[in-house]
Every structure is written in C-alpha cells, then in structure tokens.
Design a protein around this ligand. Structure first.
Ligand code: NAD
Ligand code: UGA
Length: 459
C-alpha cells in the first residue's frame, strides 16, 4: 500500500509507544515507525508481551502492527525515510555537573538532533514530544541549521499530557492537544500538518495552537499545577490528623466549588511517577536561571511538601507500632506509583521500603504488575525483602499492612482471613484511603488512614 506520509518516532517508551499506536489506529494512511536504541524493548514491542502494561494498548498494537505501525532499531533508515519525526526520548533530571538534581538532562535529546542531521536527505518536520525546558526548540534549531546540506527542518512543540494507567483513553479522548509553532509561513505549514493529523479523531476546538515557547512551558506548568493540588491536599491531611477534621470530607467540600473542581484532590502518601518531581525541579531551575528566586522557592515547596508527606507516613508507622518496627514484618500492598501501571519510577513505595529497612523491619511486597520493577529498584538492599504476587501470602505473619497503591482489587480482599493470618495487634496504614476503615476496625485491626481519625483498640 502507498502511504500518504512517513512518520518516525524516536523513543519507544511510555509515551512513544502508546501515542504512535493510537495515531496508527486513527490514521491508516500514514506509515508509523517507532525506533529505539534499546533492542530488547523493540523485541518486546514486536512480541505478545509488550514492554508496558496499559489497559487497551495491546489490542491497538495487535490491530495496527505490521500494517501501518512498525517497531525497529533501524534509526538511520527511519530518519532517511521520514517526513515527520516525533522525538520522544527520555529527559530525566540531570545527575551531574551544572544544574545536577534539578535541570533536565538533554543528552538523549541532543544526540537525536545530531542523528537527524547525519541521516537526513530531505526536508522534515521535527516534533518535540518529550517534555523539555522552555526555549529548547531554539537549541534544536541551532543544531539542525548547522547542517552543511540545504535541508530544512521545522521544529514544532507537541507535548504529551497522557497519564499512565489511562494512556489509551487519554490519547483517544484528550482534554486538548497542544501544538506550538513559529508564526512564520514554514512554521504555520508544519503546524497545519500536525493539526490535520490529530483532526482525524480529535474535534478541532480541542486542538490548541500557540507559539512554540508557550507550548513548551504549558507542559511544565500543567504538571506543576497538578502536583501542587496534591501537595496542597496532603498538607491539609497533616492538619486533619491533629484536629479530627476528615480529609475526604474536605476534598469533597472544597472540590465542589466549581472554580476549584473535584479532581486531583485525593490525599495520599505523596505523588510519584517519572515526571512530576522532575518537571517541577526543571521549572525551579529555569526560574532560578532567569533570576526569579521567589518563583523558584514557591514552586520548590510543592516537591518539599511531597517529601514531607512520605516521611510523615513512615514516621507514623514506627510511632504507632510502639516506636519500633525492628524485626517486625510489614506487608506493603502496592509498589507501582499509581494503580493500573507496572511503573515504579519515583514511587513513594521505594522511599517507604528503604526507611522501613533502615528501621530493621522485614518487608514483604505485593503488587499485581510492578514486582519486577520493585526487584530492580531495591537491588542490593533487599536482603530482608520478599516479593509475593499473592496479597494473602504477603500478609501472613505480618504485624502491619501498608496500602501504597490504590489497586482496585485491594478493596475487595477478604480482610477477615488476612487478619486471622497476621500477628496481633494487627495494624493497617491506608496510604490511599481506599479501604472501609470502620469495618476493618470491627474485624480487629488498628486502622490509620491519611488525614482522618484513626480507629484503634488501644486506650
Ligand atoms: P522512557 O524512558 O519510557 O522512553 C524513552 C525511550 O527513548 C527509551 O526506550 C530509550 O531507550 C529511548 N532513547 C533514548 N535515547 C535514544 C536515542 N538517541 N535514539 C533512540 N531511542 C532513544 O520515557 P517516557 O516515559 O516515554 O518519556 C519520554 C518523554 O515524554 C519524557 O520527556 C517525559 O517527560 C515525557 N512524558 C512522559 C509521560 C509518561 O507518562 N511517562 C507523559 C508525558 C510526557
Ligand atoms: C502525570 C500527569 O497527570 C499527566 O498529564 C502527564 O502527562 C504526566 O504526568 C507526565 O508528564 O508524565 P502520571 O504521572 O502518569 O501523569 O499519573 P498521575 O495520575 O498524574 O499521578 C501522579 C501521582 O500523583 C501518582 O503517584 C498518583 O497516585 C498521585 N496522585 C494523583 C495523588 O496522590 N492524588 C491525586 O488526587 C492524584
């Protein structure tokens, strides 16, 4: 079949894989190729066991793979043949040199720019899909313009807003698609190409077009706003625990104000995931680099509050269990940073496990999807850790359970059976407020939710 255009995506990760699969599904006349330097990842994408767990994704890959969706390691060939290149490589926090611990590490990004120049033989649109510091397109353009042949590259920003666990739904029915381009004729032409692509399934009024810098910055700001809501409600959860106010009632009352809205107001052990912390720290760094110290301090508090919430959770476990968890067994229910994903990047569970191990506890970890990643995250420090897919077994002989991920299946477990198998007094620390606390108390547990009055059998 003759395809209308060739699209290449560099980076077959959590963003590249699902976004391209959905584009392939909705735009059958486009040929989509996803390339990656990680040959094992590409092998998995070509197998029945795709490398990321995302509800509904495998069905889409199965429908499109081999028709207009291809996974490969042939980066050079892919670049040569592409009309549009999405760059979706990882942009983690820098761990070395200037800006370490805050700025974005753009080395993967820059490498792709050089690969694009080296292998291009025709004009191309380059789409920034990765999350990048504001004005990165300028650096990209400078690198791309340094080519000695007369090839024209037009850089466009098209940040991704999907959340893990709901990626397919977010891609099929996004709140908006954002496209930032230069206001030059070439920029506008490239912008229109992308608008036409997304217009295959997204209503035109949901496709927002802006200047390049607004688009780059809007992505970072959206994540900062979302994380800020979580830190705000978590800050209040600490106050609730001192005053007998109830954080769920407060979330409902506050979120019922239509100016505020109900979403992202669930108190928790803190936010995790590969992006919130990295993107806020990146914003902090950018603000500092422009001399905006107050802006930087304001944003940094969102991350500090999140650290505080994780610390508070572990300190509470130790304090309530008579100030020691040494030689006690704590079962952690959930290791993924949120439900419906196997991803454990920056998961609060990593911090909780490390701290419990420092307190000399035995830790048993259960999770329906993230055990492999947990083993990787805890490599070298997990002598006193067991990994157990079955939550009933994980809880056997434990002194306490801590709910760290809001997996739906934890809500319907037989907690009477679990209680019988545990050491007494038995504790539950519900880091996600998903269980029926009163019922657990009646079963015999001492129950400690987040931001709510505990139910205990102690005087
Ligand atoms: P990821 O680590 O899952 O995937 C990135 C992939 O790029 C890896 O497979 C890596 O091998 C590959 N790669 C790196 N350098 C390469 C090169 N030179 N050539 C070919 N492949 C290369 O990362 P991700 O979670 O998909 O995130 C990608 C970007 O999207 C980041 O900037 C992130 O901030 C942003 N983002 C992520 C999410 C999310 O939910 N994970 C959501 C929105 C935006
Ligand atoms: C987040 C954003 O929601 C996406 O829009 C964005 O594209 C993505 O980051 C990104 O740039 O990587 P994600 O991290 O996958 O997506 O998941 P979220 O649903 O945002 O959850 C992040 C963390 O916040 C999780 O640990 C979650 O448990 C926690 N959270 C979320 C709460 O503690 N309370 C809430 O009310 C909501």
């Amino acid at each position: 079949m003759e395809f209308k255009k060739n699209i290449l995506c560099i980076g077959a990760g959590y963003v590249g894989g699902p976004t391209m699969a959905v584009i392939a599904l909705k735009c059958p006349e486009y040929r989509i190729e996803i390339v990656d330097i990680n040959a094992e990842r590409i092998r998995q994408w070509n197998s029945e066991d795709i490398p990321i767990f995302e509800p509904g994704l495998y069905e889409i890959v199965k429908k499109t793979r081999g028709k207009n969706l291809f996974f490969s390691t042939e980066i050079e060939k892919g670049i040569k043949e592409a009309d549009i290149i999405f760059v979706s490589v990882n942009t983690p926090t820098k761990t070395f040199g200037e800006g370490a611990g805050m700025a974005s590490d753009l080395q993967h990004w820059e490498k792709t720019a050089h690969e694009i120049i080296a292998n291009s033989e025709s004009d191309k649109i380059i789409v920034e899909k990765s999350t990048l510091p504001v004005r990165t397109a300028e650096a990209m353009e400078r690198i791309l313009k340094a080519n000695s042949r007369d090839i024209k590259f037009e850089v466009v920003s098209n940040p991704e807003f999907l959340a893990e666990g709901s990626a397919v739904r977010d891609l099929l029915e996004p709140d908006r698609v954002l496209i930032g381009a230069h206001k030059t004729p070439e920029g506008q032409k490239a912008e229109q190409e992308l608008v036409d692509l997304y217009a295959h399934w997204i209503p035109r009024d949901k496709i927002i077009t802006t200047n390049l810098w607004s688009s780059e910055l809007s992505k970072l700001v959206t994540n900062a706003f979302l994380a800020q809501r979580i830190s705000s409600i978590n800050a209040i959860s600490a106050l609730c625990e001192k005053t007998d106010a109830d954080i769920a009632e407060i979330s409902y009352a506050v979120g019922s104000d239509s100016r505020i809205g109900p979403k992202f107001l669930n108190a928790s052990i803190g936010f995790g995931g590969s992006c919130f912390k990295k993107d806020i720290l990146n914003l902090v760094y950018i603000a500092k680099s422009y001399g905006l110290a107050e802006v930087a301090d304001y944003l940094e508090m969102v991350v500090k509050m999140n650290e505080y919430q994780k610390q508070r959770f572990v300190q509470r476990i130790v304090k309530e269990m008579f100030n020691t968890v040494a030689e006690k067994k704590i079962a952690l229910f959930g290791f993924a940073f949120k439900a419906n994903t196997g991803d454990s990047r920056e998961s609060p569970a990593i911090y909780v496990t490390q701290k419990l191990l420092e307190e000399r506890a035995y830790v048993s970890i259960t999770d329906p999807k993230a055990l492999k990643n947990a083993m990787q995250d805890l490599k070298g420090i997990d002598i006193k850790v067991t990994y157990e897919p079955d939550p009933y077994k994980a809880a056997e002989g434990a002194n306490a359970i801590a709910i760290l991920t809001e997996w739906e299946q934890y809500k319907t477990l037989d907690f009477q059976r679990i209680y019988r198998s545990m050491k007494k007094p038995a504790f539950i620390f519900d880091g996600r407020n998903i269980l029926d606390h009163k019922k657990l108390y009646e079963t015999g547990f001492n129950v400690y939710p987040i931001g709510k009055t505990p139910f205990t059998h102690f005087d």
